[in-house]
Design a protein. Structure first.
Length: 263
């Protein structure tokens, strides 16, 4: 990289010569026209010399910020290090937590939610697309309780991405309905994890007994993407947590059915 100060100093003799030539022409023109006032003219050499400290400061900051930018870009290609931690733009990300996990019971995370009026469609029920938002919110909350912060990984240029999502709708939700979302892990491999979710709403049957009604079910396949949006293997720490949670439930489908009262 060329030092801008050295370049300016090297060019000053040529600048001064050109300025003197231009000044000579200007003076001759002034004599001929008697209409130009040169008293207010700024000596460009003096102006350059006066500005050199600011130029040096700005150029130094530019170089420093440029180096910082490229250092961050290099860190964005976050890869798993020897300890199992993940290194990204913010440095070493915290490893997932060691159980027991807050909000997780027998390998299932439960989150209470409610319907908002603007989520309804023209038929007075929750729009189908909104259910994906419910499932995503519950999934992210559950992952955070495991010590897997999706936002932190995104800032480190690592993404937990969905490669497959399957939704099935059983019954509608309406305005002011309260419900809960159950989330669990049903399968873990070296490169992906499968999570199952279900939305339940408490209803009263004809005998006056309360029972959970299955509203919708969801299954998603998660992978980890690096800075180039290429799928990579699950970091060992994340894989271990998913495996631990999955093993806490003999069968995620069976566990969800037991917790929901579904048969």
């Amino acid at each position: 990289m060329v030092d801008p100060i050295a370049a300016i100093l090297e060019a000053l003799p040529r600048i001064r010569t050109r300025v003197l030539d231009d000044t000579t022409i200007l003076r001759r023109t002034t004599i001929l026209t008697a209409s130009m006032d040169t008293s207010a003219m700024v000596d460009p050499i003096a102006a350059i010399l006066e500005a050199l400290p600011r130029i040096r400061t700005n150029s130094t900051n530019t170089i420093r910020y440029g180096r910082l930018y490229w250092d961050q870009k290099a860190q964005c290609s976050a890869q798993q290090n020897g300890s199992g931690s993940v290194t990204g733009r913010e440095g070493a990300l915290p490893d997932p937590l060691i159980g027991p996990y807050d909000g997780w019971v027998d390998g299932v995370y439960s989150l209470e939610m409610g319907v908002r009026d603007y989520e309804l469609d023209q038929f007075g029920v929750v729009n189908n697309a909104v259910y994906a938002n419910y499932f995503q919110h519950a999934r992210h909350e559950g992952l955070e309780r495991l010590g897997i912060d999706c936002d932190a990984y995104a800032r480190a240029n690592l993404g937990l991405a969905i490669t497959d999502m399957r939704l099935s709708y059983k019954a509608p939700l309406r305005s002011k309905d309260k419900f809960r979302v159950l989330t669990g892990v049903s399968r873990v491999t070296g490169a992906r994890a499968v999570m199952d979710e279900v939305i339940l709403r408490s209803v009263t049957n004809g005998d006056g007994e309360e029972k959970d009604m299955v509203i919708a079910k969801c299954q998603v396949t998660l992978v980890v993407l690096d800075g180039g949006y290429n799928a990579t293997r699950l970091p060992a720490a994340i894989k271990d947590v998913f495996t631990t949670v999955m093993q806490e439930a003999i069968s995620i489908t069976r566990t969800l059915d037991v917790l929901s009262g579904a048969r």
